[in-house]
Write a protein that binds this ligand. Structure first.
Ligand code: FAD
Length: 275
């Protein structure tokens, strides 16, 4: 048990930003996550102006902008099988919100880089995340909450706090315990996210490719050449275009994808079909 006022459950972007906001105001927090450590896949790829305006209040918006890639043009393409696609329209995103925001562009900044950045900022303020700590239940008492936290899957700890903040994602223990609900639906299609290096290189533009059976979004990143979000009918995966291989050590799957004659090898993770 520690002497803290607030227990933040979840070390994703929501929990990290909340922790930063409170710690900067001198409020002692404990932030826990059941994960082993920070996320390792790009996932959410674009940061919008409002987030950057918020980071401006924290004093690090410019630093974030330097770490990402402000979007240039957005290209809408159709077709795309065997390199026969064509561009339908191109729109400049560079100054999309000119006059409305000091950050008038979408910023390509992968979620894993983003999370590591926020964690480093928290560390500078002396706040560390307790990884491998899972909230397993809580009860409200007069003016306080008793929360049960399981460390390393076996060691139970009881926290007595004033506030419990549920930042624990789509399958939130906090939300479920409070019976708050989480309205929404799930798409039928499968969506995949891949961090890829393209042999021909990549620029700072965004691409949206609409095929008969698939949809592909390409975003530039600094570490990789590009991150792809795409959805395809399942039958495509048993065809020649894709070959999947599991890597038990890293837990990742690699896939080979043939496009315009160039085979690409990349890491791939399955996205929630509701995102
Ligand atoms: C593969 C993939 C691709 C995605 N692509 C996009 C995209 O392109 N665009 C987009 O906008 N969004 C995308 N998303 C969604 C985006 O990642 C989420 O919206 C975002 O992560 C939500 O942030 P969060 O902090 O609220 O929750 P999360 O990032 O889900 O973080 C929840 C945290 O809570 C922890 N946790 C959960 N339960 C407990 C518990 N009981 N005890 C302790 N800790 C707990 C988890 O370990 C995690 O640290 C994608 C997600 C995935 C998985």
């Amino acid at each position: 048990m520690t002497n803290i006022a607030v227990l933040i459950v979840g070390g994703g972007p929501t929990g990290l930003v909340l922790a930063l906001s409170l710690v900067r105001r001198g409020i002692p927090v404990r932030i826990i996550s059941e994960a082993e450590g920070p996320g390792e896949h790009s996932r959410a790829m674009v940061v919008q102006a409002r987030t950057l305006e918020f980071y401006d209040q924290f004093g690090f918006a410019d630093e974030v902008v330097r770490q990402g890639i402000p979007a240039g043009m957005a290209h809408l393409r159709e077709g795309g099988n065997n390199g026969r696609g064509r561009e339908v329209v191109a729109v400049s995103f560079h100054d999309l919100g000119e006059g409305l925001s000091p950050f008038p562009f979408p910023l390509a900044y992968p979620q894993d880089d983003h999370e590591r950045f926020l964690i480093a900022k928290l560390r500078e303020l002396g706040c560390h995340i307790d990884w491998r700590c899972r909230l397993i239940g809580f009860s409200s008492e007069v003016n306080q909450i008793r929360a049960s936290v399981l460390r390393n899957q076996h060691q139970e700890e009881i926290e007595t706090i004033e506030y419990l903040c549920g930042c624990d994602g789509a399958h939130s223990c906090v939300r479920e315990t409070l019976n708050v609900g989480f309205p929404g639906g799930t798409y039928d299609q499968l969506f995949y996210v891949a961090d890829v290096q393209i042999s021909t290189g990549f620029n700072r533009d965004l691409y949206l490719n609409l095929g008969v059976n698939n949809l592909t979004l390409m975003f530039p990143t600094l570490e990789w050449n590009a991150a792809l979000d795409w959805t395809c009918p399942t039958r495509t995966f048993s065809g020649r275009e894709f070959a999947f291989r599991g890597h038990p050590q890293s837990g990742r799957t690699s896939a080979q994808y043939k496009s315009d004659g160039d085979p690409l090898v990349f890491n791939i993770s399955r996205a929630p079909s509701s995102c």
